[in-house]
Write a protein that binds this ligand. Structure first.
Ligand code: ADP
Ligand code: MG
Length: 277
């Protein structure tokens, strides 16, 4: 077991980071727009440390937008604007004195479509984040990091003999696990996963779910999923988003996953989790 140490502060000279404690993430009164089009209306959700939270709801209700706001990716869209706050262990990630890379390195992201750097080797894919965050590491440290991240992502055994092969040569499920390994290399405290299994076959999906359950011990996970069984298998907390008839997306109901699926409070939640729309 690794002993958590105080986070190192200077990105430019930081060595490979040690694991930091699990962090809580909180969105407070998040509203979001693309131009004049409001897509989220005062969404508040606490994602406690060590809890896997799933975001469910029909397409277009703002789940991905909410996730991207949690990672400061929303602001990269020129027409996008937002109101509200995002707190990582109580600290505002939108604090203007915080550099984007500094705010974001604690919050990893995995997308629906696996997006490894195709021409780069498996090895270089895993350590790509070190360069982005200005983290220096010796060859041995890199080797160790690549191995540990690939183990955590459940990919090590399959690729350990071909670490120098390009990422593009892997299957879809392997590529997604490579992306998980890449996101873990900067030791995020929160991992956001936007439909990480939607493009994958059932076997790869199961492997990734097992990986998530393991990872949940060291990183707070938020997952968007359309797979209701998956939400029940991997998450302890669930939030149901809905954008009713042209209104912006909002959370209808959130809480304990089991309760949401078996004893929902709102009839719309009942209809959704039972596949009625
Ligand atoms: P979900 O992930 O729940 O399917 P999204 O967050 O992707 O929903 O989308 C929410 C709304 O925001 C939709 O109406 C969508 O068309 C709109 N939207 C998403 N991304 C953009 C964008 N880059 N520019 C303009 N509108 C967008
Ligand atoms: Mg989406």
């Amino acid at each position: 077991l690794r002993t958590p140490r105080a986070p190192r502060r200077s990105a430019a000279t930081a060595a490979v980071p040690v694991a930091e404690p699990l962090a809580a993430l909180e969105g407070r009164n998040i509203s979001a727009w693309f131009g004049d089009h409001q897509v989220l209306d005062r969404v508040s959700l606490t994602m406690p440390a060590g809890v896997v939270t799933s975001l469910i709801g029909p397409s277009g209700c703002g789940k991905s937008t909410f996730l991207r706001i949690l990672n400061r990716m929303h602001e990269l869209v020129p027409s996008a604007s937002l109101a509200g706050e995002v707190l990582l262990d109580g600290e505002d990630i939108y604090d203007p004195s915080r550099k984007l890379v500094e705010a974001r390195k604690h919050i990893g992201m995995v997308f629906q479509k696996p997006n490894p750097f195709p021409a780069q080797s498996i090895y270089d894919n895993v350590i790509a984040g070190l360069k982005l965050t200005g983290t220096r590491a010796s060859r041995d440290e890199k080797d160790e990091l690549v191995e540990s991240c690939l183990i955590k992502a459940g990919l090590w055994k399959e690729v350990k003999d071909r670490l120098r092969a390009p990422g593009a040569g892997l299957s879809g499920g392997q590529q997604q696990r490579l992306c998980i390994a890449r996101s873990l290399a900067v030791k995020p405290r929160v991992l956001l996963m936007d439909e990480p299994c939607s493009a994958l076959d059932p076997t790869s999906t199961r492997v990734i779910e097992e990986t998530m359950l393991e990872l949940a011990h060291e990183v707070t996970i938020v997952i968007v999923t359309h797979n209701m069984q998956q939400a029940q298998r991997v998450s302890q907390q669930c939030a149901f988003f809905l954008a009713a008839q042209g209104t912006p997306g909002a959370i209808v109901e959130h809480g304990d996953t089991e309760a949401m699926f078996h004893d929902p409070v709102d009839p719309r939640t009942f209809d959704y989790v039972n596949g009625r729309f």
